[in-house]
Design a protein around this ligand. Structure first.
Ligand code: COS
Length: 402
């Protein structure tokens, strides 16, 4: 089963995206059925190796350090995640976390850091993780309390990071910690901490409704060398936000993959299920529902492709202007709409939809966390709202009120 990829003919994409979509679709369709996903951590390791071997992790890093293209290409990330998610949420997760976990190194790493980590990420030899959230700092990321204290040899980190994707299986963590505790968001720095660093404990696995590697990471007098500092001292908050700006559109891509799969499952079910002497698809009630689902998916898709295109276009033009509101709109709309689409698809399946082990039942669980991680819907609203306020103040309406 190959998904309909007609959306790749939209002008947001070029021939390389269309080819990438076809290639990864054929690849993942062939390999997914053979991968045992009953143990999420083992499955993620398998997916990282497979994605690395097939060359798809090269889209997570720039060409100089083993990547496919000179710079991260948001549209490729969206195409890859949308297609992987259609077949396997864990394949998508494994791919995405290699990008998010190494994104801060791509943006701000020294040549040596990039050489050490990015090449290995692209091959699938090192598993990456992004460690920002804490028990008291989720949406309010700036409230984090993990500290990094300067010593003669480097830094000593203390604190608790939680909800860390790939926690427990990662080879390294990009950790955000306070280096100037009284300076708010301007007192946070980023560090690369290897998983085997003394004082790092990622053994507390967090079980969740759609199982994937997730853990709490304790840092107790965790000493790292001076070279572990990532980017500018006290520039960590902005670096975290910039990293999220890149990957939020790709979360939207994953939501599209889930939603497209749910729509296909629902459509096929409606065409074959008989009731009252007809198929389910014969009823206008069903047709209206399918129509709404398709439109909801396309609304999220267009915002997603726009966000990715805007960023790629800015990079191509050498523009450093911030693009935050559009990825936020994409993530919010695509994930919220996907939740509604999957719920409608489940309803259409009736009892079959809630049977544990059915595709719709697992999609119903898989989509839920996408509305929370990498910035909950409410955070996206905040980002968009701030943008609206800032934009309004630049518009001059004098003389147009008469
Ligand atoms: N790019 C560059 N700089 C950014 C930025 C971005 N996307 N977003 C914020 N900044 C800068 C601001 O310009 C500001 O800079 P100055 O200190 O120079 O003025 C600074 O960072 C602080 O910004 P702001 O005041 O907007 O920060 P807040 O503490 O109000 O937080 C939100 C803003 C809520 C948007 C932020 O905390 C956030 O994104 N939270 C969600 C975190 C998240 O996604 N967690 C999931 C982790 S991965 S599962």
């Amino acid at each position: 089963m190959l998904p309909d990829q007609s959306h790749l003919s939209l002008p947001f994409f070029d021939a390389t995206h269309r080819q990438l979509g076809r290639d990864v679709g054929a690849w993942v369709a062939a390999i997914a059925p053979g991968i045992d996903e009953s143990d999420d951590r083992a499955a993620c390791r398998t997916w990282v190796s497979a994605l690395g071997e097939a060359g798809y992790l090269r889209w997570c890093v720039p060409a100089t350090f083993g990547g496919a293209l000179d710079a991260l290409d948001s549209r490729s990330l969206v195409v890859l995640r949308e297609t992987l998610a259609f077949y396997s949420p864990l394949a998508d997760f494994a791919f995405a976390m290699q990008g998010l976990g190494s994104g801060a190194i791509t943006l701000a790493g020294s040549a040596e850091q990039k050489h050490t980590y990015l090449n290995a990420v692209a091959r699938g030899d090192k598993i990456a993780a992004f460690a920002l959230s804490e028990p008291g700092a989720g949406s309010d990321a700036g409230a984090l309390t993990t500290t990094a204290r300067k010593t003669a040899d480097g830094w000593v980190l203390n604190g608790e990071k939680t909800w860390i994707s790939n926690g427990g299986i990662a080879d390294f963590y990009c950790v955000f910690a306070k280096t100037e505790p009284d300076a708010g968001t301007r007192g946070i720095s980023a560090f690369i901490v290897d998983a085997d660093a003394a004082g790092l404990d990622a053994s507390r696995h967090i079980p969740v409704m759609a199982p994937h590697p997730l853990a709490t990471v304790m840092l107790r007098d965790c000493a790292v060398p001076q070279t572990a500092l990532l980017g500018a001292p006290n520039g960590g908050f902005k670096l975290a936000m910039q990293t999220l700006d890149i990957f939020r559109a790709s979360v939207a891509g994953a939501a599209l993959g889930f939603a497209r799969r749910a729509l296909l499952e629902a459509t096929r079910h409606a065409q074959s299920r008989r009731m009252f002497g007809h198929t389910l698809a014969d009823f206008q009630l069903t047709q209206a529902k399918l129509g709404q689902m398709a439109a909801d998916i396309d609304a999220g898709a267009l915002l997603t492709y726009r966000a990715a295109w805007l960023r790629d276009d800015a990079v191509a033009r050498g523009s450093s202007s911030r693009i935050s509101a559009e990825p936020a709109m994409a993530k919010m709309t695509a994930t919220e709409n996907a939740q509604r689409v999957i719920d409608a698809a489940l309803q259409m399946h009736g009892g079959l939809g809630v049977r544990v082990g059915s595709k719709i039942e697992s999609l119903y669980r898989d989509i839920r966390s996408l509305r929370i991680y990498e910035g909950a819907t409410e955070v996206q609203q905040l980002i968009i709202g701030k943008h609206v306020l800032a934009t309004a103040s630049t518009v001059d309406t004098k003389g147009s009120d008469a």
